[in-house]
Design a protein around this ligand. Sequence first.
Ligand code: UDP
Length: 318
Amino acid sequence: MKLNSVSYHIVVAGGAGFIGSNLCGRLLKDGHRVLCIDDLSTGSIKNLDPLMEHEAFSFMKNNVIEPIRIEQDVDLIYNLASPASPPMYQQDPVRTFMTNVWGSFNLLELARRKDARILLASTSEVYGDPLVSPQSETYWGNVNPNGLRSCYDEGKRAAETLFCDYQREYNVDTRIVRIFNTYGPNMRYDDGRVVSNFITQALTGRRLTMYGDGAQTRAFLYVDDLVEGLVRVMGDDVPHTPINLGNPHEMSVNELATMIRELLGADIELEFDSLPSDDPRRRCPDITTATDLLGGWVPSVCLEEGLARTIDYFKKVI
Ligand code: UDP
């Protein structure tokens, strides 16, 4: 399918969340009509406040586990509907799994009915605790199928399966991105992720909670760079196979803490806690595929700059 119009009818499922709301804002700026679907379980209507007045924006409160009935045309669907931080997705693991699997099924059926292109926001968690680093899309992962993180990891892996089979069996025009750790404005201050925890703790005079010895690694992508990647993946002539989107600059959680202390106060102390179960020891994307297929896409916002912008945001909301 080739898209010729310049203004699309776009559904963003999970559009009230951190990434979804940033994506909705960008799509409106680009001149599209956006219908945001969200059950507001982890997303927030506050994230949508700046968009609500826009005549091309509409909001539907709905959990994607329920069938989705939409009268109007739909050209593109982004499926970002799922809790995404480990503490949040573990709160109701059955619902997390079903949101990813049944929600993907409902949205794929919608794409099939409307002849729409559809993107799955998958995750670096499909690689589990990887035995190779950096992780490229050809790596099948090292995932515990029945641990505390499995509801999300296996939910996303099953969603990838559904997307691939809808493409092969029904010729639905699918895209899959595997999103690595991302941060920026509209993150929940209480979502329990490392960036939001450290910044909130530093701003409120508390110690930074370091899980394990802090030697585990992650790589952090600023949300605007992710959104640019998501928009490009929805272009014509992008393959149906998974594409990593992340920052290839790998660092330890200790190094992140040091950077946040440099930005917010060197006297901020650390508090050590145990490492959560199945916490991956390393995570770092190989982004060669994204760079090759998406017009040279690479992250453009460095961590110091992205953290400074995120700190400004948190100062306003906490
Ligand atoms: N982490 C930490 N302190 C916190 C929150 C997280 O040390 O307050 C660690 C966590 O154990 C993991 C890394 O930071 O090793 C990233 O955790 P996050 O929850 O942001 O996401 P993940 O990459 O594990 O999905």
